[in-house]
Design a binder for this molecule. Structure first.
Ligand SMILES: *[C@@H]1O[C@H](CO)[C@@H](O)[C@H](O)[C@H]1NC(C)=O
Ligand SMILES: *[C@@H]1O[C@H](CO)[C@@H](O)[C@H](O)[C@H]1NC(C)=O
Ligand SMILES: *[C@@H]1O[C@H](CO)[C@@H](O)[C@H](O)[C@H]1NC(C)=O
Ligand SMILES: *[C@@H]1O[C@H](CO)[C@@H](O)[C@H](O)[C@H]1NC(C)=O
Ligand SMILES: *[C@@H]1O[C@H](CO)[C@@H](O)[C@H](O)[C@H]1NC(C)=O
Ligand SMILES: *[C@@H]1O[C@H](CO)[C@@H](O)[C@H](O)[C@H]1NC(C)=O
Length: 487
């Protein structure tokens, strides 16, 4: 399992598209934050903010997990050469997605349990102690940051000061692998409990308790339990929970091949869909305004040589759970898709990243694939292939400083139709578009593919705000946060 991740921070940008084919042998570049402030920023803010109060309030942008941002993205990715800041926080490991508010302040949880906010110039606004370790992908809502930590507590912090507004213990323990807290006007939705003796084994042959056997809906105002749904009766365990929060229901993947829709009112089952025997659905779901839910899957028969070549995507009807279309791929899908408008294609596209993560404790050579499909038909729009990379767990990983992300992060689509994604295994952030409409985003065409080479793996997806693209990377058991700002 590629879930034992010890990552660290870091942040983004720039665009030299050059890295070594055997990228483990590259110099590990410093991980840093780039703030590229676009010239027309004021204009972008006033028109874009009508859609959402915060630029990047939750994983995959919104509660439908569309990955569709209302912000135009930078292309090419390039490193501004003016002001520059750097921050080194010892003892912090991250594997998360950063959040960005309306003032371009950045927020993140961490594996150590510390929660941070930085301003757009990289100055630390505040640092707060969580109630335990592994305080997970937060969500921002009306001035409050919500997160939950491994000790089973849900926390609400003041976004201005980091001050704890309330905490509530909802169970004995919560998963250490990352998941996203979901917040709506009335509710908070998250995993409840840890899957004991789940049968997973760490690279060092220790048993791992991965995933959660239940989910819970809480009141947003104080974290009081509304309902808890036990998934054990369906043999399901949620992993990396990133649900669609709809007005009357919640849709999510139970990791072992089942997609659920539960009533928000009382947690009762509206429908469930089994995608097939021996398939995992840890990739989670994305929903669309026109009533579709997309869920990726992969194989898990335990025979890795075969598993690698089983994967695909389901498009389901939100109302009924009926299958609208499916498409199989030669590789597994582990991460959420993005659904939105991309350059060069009329209608909605689905961006799906596939491929097997690196391994421990031996190095592997991997290359990975990304497809853009038409959301209505599943027809291929374009594909993108990375170069090959040889690494332990992920580029820049060592036995001492383990960096073990999945193959890819979740993708994000900018307002102007550019796809941003972190090639988690290879340590490179890509910006992609198929300008000549030949069905390929060509690695060697700088008009189509721009990249920033971090030299180190990174699991959390990129976060977009006007003039700003933020990425966290693995960096051993310490955090390096650097920024460059264009004046
Ligand atoms: C967090 O915990 C550390 C260690 O216990 C303590 O020194 C520090 O003051 C705490 N920080 C805050 C903001 O409470
Ligand atoms: C969940 O359901 C399983 C199987 O039905 C049962 O064994 C278990 O006790 C339940 N757990 C809780 C906390 O209700
Ligand atoms: C649960 O809520 C749904 C509406 O979402 C309703 O139709 C159903 O009857 C409720 N079930 C129970 C057991 O209360
Ligand atoms: C999310 O999906 C639902 C169901 O299709 C839809 O009603 C809603 O408008 C969507 N919300 C957004 C923000 O796209
Ligand atoms: C599922 O995996 C088991 C164990 O590897 C295998 O025996 C079985 O044939 C598989 N089923 C299908 C439908 O592939
Ligand atoms: C990955 O590498 C293998 C072996 O070199 C090659 O056959 C395959 O086409 C490559 N896949 C991609 C997606 O580039």
């Amino acid at each position: 399992m590629a879930l034992f991740r010890m990552l660290v921070v870091a942040i983004l940008a720039e665009g030299t598209p050059l890295w070594d084919d055997n990228c483990d042998s590259c110099e590990a570049g410093s991980a840093f934050l780039q703030l590229e402030l676009s010239k027309d920023r004021a204009h972008v803010i006033s028109s874009d903010l009508q859609a959402s109060r915060y630029w990047f309030p939750t994983k995959s942008v919104d509660n439908n997990r569309s990955g569709q941002s209302s912000v135009s993205g930078p292309f090419p990715l390039h490193k501004p050469d003016t002001a520059h800041w750097e921050l080194n926080v010892p003892g912090v490991v991250f594997h998360q997605v950063p959040m960005i508010d309306d003032k371009l302040n950045i927020y993140m949880g961490s594996d150590t349990g510390k929660i941070f906010s930085f301003d757009k110039y990289g100055a630390k606004r505040w640092e707060a102690n969580g109630t335990g370790t592994h305080c997970q992908d937060p969500s921002l809502f009306e001035g409050i940051l919500y997160t939950a930590c491994r000790d089973g507590s849900v926390l609400a912090l003041d976004m201005m000061t980091g001050q704890l507004l309330w905490q509530r213990k909802i169970c004995k323990e919560l998963p250490f692998e990352h998941y996203s807290i979901s917040v709506t006007k009335d509710h908070i939705f998250l995993p409840a409990g840890v899957n004991q003796h789940g049968g997973y084994v760490s690279p060092f042959h220790e048993p791992l308790d991965i995933g959660s056997p239940a989910v819970a809906l809480l009141r947003r105002e104080d974290g009081r339990l509304v309902w808890r749904a036990n998934l054990s009766k369906w043999n399901a365990v949620t992993q990396e929970l990133t649900p669609c929060m709809l007005s009357d229901s919640v849709i999510f993947s139970g990791g072992m091949g089942t997609i659920f829709r539960l009533s928000l009112q009382n947690g009762s089952l509206i429908w469930k869909v089994d995608v097939g025997p021996n398939l995992t659905t840890s990739a989670q779901v994305s929903c669309t305004q026109d009533g579709k839910v997309f869920a990726g899957y992969g194989g898990y028969s335990g025979n890795d040589a075969n598993d690698r070549h089983v994967g695909g995507l389901y498009a389901l009807d939100i109302k009924t759970g009926d299958t609208l279309w499916t498409r199989s791929f030669p590789y597994r899908v582990y991460t959420p898709v993005a659904v939105g408008e991309i350059q060069g294609h009329k209608g909605t596209a689905v961006i799906v990243a596939m491929g097997t993560p690196g391994q421990y404790p031996k190095k592997t050579t991997e290359n990975h694939t990304l497809w853009a499909l038409d959301a209505n038909t599943g027809a291929m729009i374009w594909s993108f292939n990375t170069p090959s990379c040889t690494a332990l767990g992920a580029r820049g990983g060592t036995l001492e400083e383990m960096c073990w992300p999945l193959a890819w992060s979740a993708p994000v689509i900018s307002k102007d139709g550019i796809v941003y994604i972190n090639w988690a295994f290879g340590g490179v952030t890509f910006a992609l578009r198929d300008i000549n409409k030949d069905g390929l985003c060509d690695l060697h065409n700088p008009e189509e593919v721009s990249s920033f080479d971090f030299g180190i793996g990174h699991q959390g997806g990129p976060a977009l705000a006007p003039g700003m693209l933020v990425v966290l990377t693995c960096h051993g058991p310490r955090a390096i946060l650097t920024a460059a700002i264009e004046q």
